[in-house]
Design a protein around this ligand. Structure first.
Ligand SMILES: [Zn+2]
Length: 89
């Protein structure tokens, strides 16, 4: 069993990674729509890539899901601590 990532700011184990400038191949993209009766419009989650053959990105940022602070450095350190055998999903 491996240890979870821990946010250095609030101690949460959940985080999101936002990649920008992506070149994606063979991707499956999902977009959810939910009806909002207050505005009488559909609200969209935005396109979400659920699967892809490969993703090349120019820049990435990790954000804590709890306190929304930038935890890129901490996530990098966490991934490095897992060692090279993380490719197996
Ligand atoms: Zn946090």
């Amino acid at each position: 069993m491996s240890k979870p990532f821990t946010c250095p700011h609030c101690g949460s184990h959940d985080y999101a990674i936002v990649l920008t400038g992506c070149k994606v191949q063979g991707a499956t993209i999902e977009e959810s729509f939910s009806w909002d009766p207050l505005t009488s419009e559909y609200a969209s989650s935005g396109p979400i890539i659920t699967d892809s053959e490969s993703v090349d990105n120019e820049a990435g940022e990790a954000v804590c899901s709890n306190c929304e602070k930038d935890v890129s450095d901490a996530v990098s350190a966490y991934e490095a601590s897992l060692g090279p055998e993380v490719a197996e999903a």
